[in-house]
Design a binder for this molecule. Structure first.
Ligand SMILES: [Mn+2]
Length: 317
């Protein structure tokens, strides 16, 4: 499969690399590395939804600043390379049209749920990041990883492993990080660029929510509520809520953490756990996810949603 993918890239006249909606470090870092490898003939498309700011901290990644977006993409592409995109639903609007029209399509990904929607699918479910899959892909083809490629790959792996601390981090992940650091990239500078460039309002918003957190069931459960009012007060983008639930879970004795967010379509619930299976709770409300991180939407008012959620949680704990 790797050989076939490389041949297809080599034969393409004008390939387009697509990142997933609401891009993160993995999809952007992988796209940067792929563009660095392919060179001039390739473009990158970044998909950004209305209520989402491009995470400007990632503009240090090679070629990300000159990537296309929905407003300035006009060319015809004969090959689409989707990176870190778990399903075709993670492509919206014009991206989907370009994908459907292209003669050849490639998916490189690490999501277990990816069923393979391209002509050529290179999916290794459970690997830490698309960055790791991509590094192994280059190595298996004896492609030299340049310093420019290494910057994107390292940023992808660093951010998708939560700085090498999630369960998907393996000894092989560390081996790759070690190889990348030998190429001469500045690993502390990359970490700084990824993590010390947050908008002021994001920190103020998150602090407000954490300081208003509530505790119940012997402090085993912690939760915080995000009303539409507070979203307006901080002009909060969707990505501002990321990480709050992890903070609550990190508190000693807290077993389950919830963040409940008021939206037009109902209350969006994020669930993070230590030992309890988070999907057990999410599934009660037709949600899903992973063992320690899951989510669901409850079509009730904020306080009512909290009530039913805590009622179900009590049964499990
Ligand atoms: Mn990823």
């Amino acid at each position: 499969m790797e050989r076939e993918i490389l041949d297809t890239i080599n034969k393409s006249l004008h390939p387009l690399i697509i990142t997933h909606i609401n891009p993160d470090g993995d999809t952007l870092g992988s796209a940067s590395a792929m563009k660095s490898f392919i060179g001039d003939k390739a473009d990158i498309l970044i998909q950004i939804e209305d209520n989402f700011n491009f995470p400007s901290s990632y503009s240090f990644l090679p070629y990300i600043n000159s990537a296309k977006n929905f407003s300035n993409i006009t060319d015809e592409y004969d090959l689409i390379i989707a990176l870190d995109i778990a399903s075709i639903d993670r492509m919206i609007g014009h991206a989907r049209e370009i994908f459907d029209k292209a003669k050849n399509t490639i998916v490189i990904d690490h999501h277990k749920t990816n069923k393979g929607y391209a002509k050529l699918n290179h999916i290794r479910g459970g690997i830490s990041s698309t960055g790791e899959v991509l590094y192994d892909f280059f190595k298996s083809l004896n492609i030299e990883v340049t310093k420019e490629m290494a910057i994107g790959l390292y940023a992808a792996i660093l951010t998708d492993t939560g700085c090498f601390k999630y369960e998907s981090t393996t000894s092989h992940t560390f081996e790759i990080a070690s190889e990348l650091s030998k190429i001469g990239i500045n690993i502390s500078e990359i970490a700084d660029l990824c993590y010390t460039n947050k908008p002021k309002n994001l920190i103020l918003f998150q602090n407000n929510l954490v300081s208003n957190a509530q505790f119940c069931l012997d402090d085993k459960v912690s939760y915080t509520l995000i009303s539409e009012e507070i979203l307006r007060k901080y002009n909060a983008k969707d990505e501002y809520t990321e990480g709050i639930c992890e903070t609550l879970r990190s508190i000693k004795n807290v077993e389950i953490a919830f963040v409940l967010k008021e939206t037009q379509t109902g209350v969006k619930v994020s669930i993070r756990t230590k030992n309890v299976d988070a999907t057990q709770i999410a599934q009660k409300f037709n949600g899903g996810g992973h063992k320690r991180a899951a989510g669901c939407t409850i079509k009730l008012k904020l306080n009512q949603a909290l009530e039913v959620l805590l009622r179900e949680t009590k049964k499990i704990l």
